[in-house]
Design a protein around this ligand. Structure first.
Ligand code: CU
Length: 344
């Protein structure tokens, strides 16, 4: 992480302006550079694009956080997928891909138990990437893996337990718009961001929802765009506006259900789990149709992009300092007579 600057004290207003301008310039320069280097910014699984023939290369960054970035990958089944592994950190990480589809390892396991699992079940890939190193690993996914999800983890002790895991979701090779989603016992949709881009409306979108845990769930999608539901409001909302789809996900690892529905217009559609208490625990996500998801929804693809995010934070910091300065400056003047909180 050679681009991470030491924290600086918040500059006063007068020093904020040059920083702000510099940050804007850096942001302007940084984004195209990142996009040019990596072709695109990896984000949620995409559907609606021409499907690649039968080979795909996916960039997977490894960080000392420890994380895989992006965490969720998508590729067509019946293809060979080359994982381009880049260790951006200063410690070793592994890319260890489960052989069993639809299985998520228990983050409560000890490193010994994780090793035992792989000793008993094998792996599709197990690559150790040293600090600052890179590696390529190609895995062939057969046609029968369509709509399967395979977890990958770092088996360096306590990295998986600290969150270093991800999923590769295999989509269908059949024509049409399809994507996949996963539900967990920790009340999550993985990923919580789906993206679909159609060439015409309406279009049919089919989402295969796979349960990784024992709890039953639902994939319930609001029919209107740009509606933000909360645990307190969603029942009343759905009573008035029936969901576009309400697919019940049976309990048990590997259980699946198809959520098939028709999208009439582009926009952002919220989905959630209707099982009591699950939405209140955070079980919701957003489907972006013909709309780019917000940057924070996409995993950083490189140090350059991470640097850009840091610069973005700097911009926000500068704006905050600016606003605070203006507020305190304006506060020196008497407020309008109509303001009842006016102090004499
Ligand atoms: Cu649920």
């Amino acid at each position: 992480m050679n681009d991470r600057a030491d924290p600086r004290p918040i500059p006063p207003f007068r020093r904020a302006a040059p920083w702000f301008i510099a940050a804007l310039l850096l942001a302007t320069l940084g984004l195209p550079a990142a996009a040019g280097t990596f072709g695109h910014l990896p984000s949620a699984p995409l559907v609606g694009f021409a499907r690649p023939s039968n080979s795909t290369t996916l960039l997977v960054n490894m960080t000392d956080t420890p994380r895989f970035a992006p965490q969720f990958l998508s590729a067509p089944a019946d293809s060979s997928v080359t994982f381009h592994l880049v260790n951006q950190g200063s410690i070793v990480h592994t890319f260890t891909l489960l052989k069993q589809a639809g299985v998520l390892l228990n983050s409560g396991w000890t490193p010994g138990q994780v090793d035992q699992y792989f000793a008993a079940n094998g792996s599709l890939a197990n690559v150790s990437v040293p600090a600052g190193g890179q590696a390529n690993q190609t895995v062939a996914f057969g046609a029968s893996t369509a709509f399967d999800s395979f977890e990958f983890v770092s088996v360096i002790p306590y990295q998986f337990q600290a969150g270093m895991y991800g999923l590769i979701n295999l989509t269908s090779t059949a024509p049409g718009l399809e994507t996949s989603e996963n539900t967990t016992d920790t009340y999550q949709f993985l990923p919580a961001v789906l993206v679909a881009n159609a060439t015409h409306y309406p279009f049919n979108l089919d989402v295969l929802v796979t349960n990784s845990g024992y709890l039953g769930h639902s994939f319930t999608l609001a029919g209107q765009t740009n509606v933000t539901l909360t645990p307190a409001t969603y029942s009343g909302y759905f009573a008035q506006h029936p969901p576009l789809v309400n697919a019940v996900v049976p309990g048990g690892p590997g259980s699946t259900v198809w959520a098939n529905f028709t999208i009439a217009a582009p926009g952002v559609y919220q989905y959630l789990c209707e099982v009591t208490g699950h939405f209140a625990n955070g079980m919701t996500g957003f489907l972006y149709v013909g709309v780019a998801p917000p940057p924070q929804a996409a995993a950083p693809s490189s140090t350059i992009v991470e640097g850009w995010v840091l610069v973005g934070s700097g911009v926000l910091l500068g704006l905050g300092v600016l606003a605070a300065s203006i507020a305190s400056y304006a506060g020196r003047f008497p407020s309008a007579p109509t303001d009842e909180s006016h102090h004499h």
